[in-house]
Design a protein around this ligand. Sequence first.
Ligand code: FAD
Ligand code: PYC
Length: 415
Amino acid sequence: MRYSLWSLLGNAIGGHERWPRAWRSPEPKRFYDVVIVGGGGHGLATAYYLARNHGITDVAVLERGPIGLGNTGRNTTVVRSNYLCDDSAHLYEHALKLWENLSHELNFNTMFSQRGVVNLAFTRHELAEMERRAGAMRLNGIDCELLTVADLKRWIPILDTRDTARHPLLGGLVQRRGGNARHDAIAWGYARAANALGVDIIENCAVTGIRQHGGRVVGVDTSRGHIAAGRVGVAVAGHCSVVMGLAGVKLPIQSFPLQALVSEPVKPVLHTVVMAGHVHVYLSQSDKGELVIGAARDNYVSYAQRGSFHLIEEQLRALLGLFPVFSRLRMMRQWAGIVDCAPDASPIIGKTPVANLYVNCGWGTGGFKATPGSGWVFAHTIVNDEPHPLNRNFTLERFHTGRLVDEAAAAGVAH
Ligand code: FAD
Ligand code: PYC
C-alpha cells in the first residue's frame, strides 16, 4: 500500500486508531495446501516466497503469540555473509543480496544499513583464522578486508588500540557490506507482503500436535482446533525440538539462552558493528542512539527466556576493556531468547522422516541475517519436496553421512 503525503500527515496528527491493519486476522480454515508453524521472520519469509516465487497462496502461518516476538524480535540485528565454508558462504551471500533490495521488494523500510561488520583479533590463532576466512571469502566473491591495528584505530577511534590496553589487539577483518537492520520490520514487512498475496497469518494459535497417516503428515492440532494440511513446514527456532517431537522426529539440536542488553541513548559514537568473540562481547549503535550489546550464549540448556547475571558482568567487563569511554554509560534493558544449536553451528533445512513434513532450524545465534535466504530456500524445498541447490548440504542427512558444515569459528557468537 502506498501513502500520499496528506494521508501520512492525517495519520500523524489524527493518531494511530484509524490506521489500516497491515495484515488481516482471519479465522483459520479447515484445510490449507501448506501450513507454516512459527510466525518469526523465517516462517513469514517462507510464506511470502511460497506465494511470490511459486504461486502457492493457500498458506497459513500459525503463530502461538503475536508474530515476531520470538528471536526475530530479540536479536541484535547483525547482518553479514563472512562465512568460511563454501556452502554457508553461498547461502548467507544469497540472503545478503536479498537484504540489499528488501525494503524495495516489500515496500517496507527494513532500515538495512551497510555500516560494516568488524571482527577483532587478539591472538595469533584468531588472526590466522581470519586470514584463512578472508581467503575463502575472496574465492567466493564476497567482499572483505584484513585490518591492521592502525587501520582499526582509524576506523573506530574510540576503540582502545594501545599496546597497554586491557585487551591488546593484533588486527581485524571487516565486511563493509555487512551491517544492521530493523528486526521488527522483517516480521511486519514479510507479514504484510505475504498477506497481500493471500497468505493467512493466524496469531495466538499454538500448535499442540502433528497428525500423520501412513507415514505422511495430514495436519496439525492447535489451540484453535484441528487444521488439515497438504504440507507442513516448521520454523520455530529454539522450540524446534519440542514441536518436531510432536511428530516423533528427534533433532540433533540443543537449545540455550542467548542474551543481550541496551544502554541509554547517546550521541553517535560508533558507526560500525564491532565483534570481539575472543572476549565475548559485540556491539553496535542503534539509530535511536542506544548501544546494543551482546555476549556469548549461556552454556546450559534452557527454555527460560532470561540469561544469568555473571554473563552480563563478563560482557560489560569486556566492553569496558575495549571501550573505556563507556565507563559511565548506563544500561537500560536486558533480555534473552532461546537459540537452537546444531553440533556444527550450521542450520538444518530440509525434509524429515515424515513425508510432507519439513524443518527449518539450527540457526543458533546467527539466523536473523539469513531470514530472506532461509525463506527462499525453505519455500523451494516445500514446493519441490527436495532441497534448493543452496540448502542441499544443510539437510538432516549430514548427521548420518558425517559431511558437517563446521562454522564454529565464523559464528558471530560462539556456539
Ligand atoms: P523466531 O523469531 O523465534 O520465530 C519462531 C516462532 O515460532 C516464535 O514466534 C514462536 O512464538 C513460534 N512458536 C514456537 N512454538 C510454537 C508452537 N508450538 N506453535 C506455534 N508457534 C510456535 N542472528 C543474527 O543473524 N544476527 C544477530 O545479531 C543475532 N543476534 C541475536 C541476539 C539474541 C539475543 C538472540 C536470542 C538471537 C540472535 N540471533 C542473531 C539469532 C536470530 O535471532 C535467530 O536465528 C532468528 O531470529 C530465528 O528466526 P526464526 O524466525 O526462526 O525464529
Ligand atoms: O551471527 O552475526 C551474528 C551474530 C551477531 C550477534 C549474534 N549473532
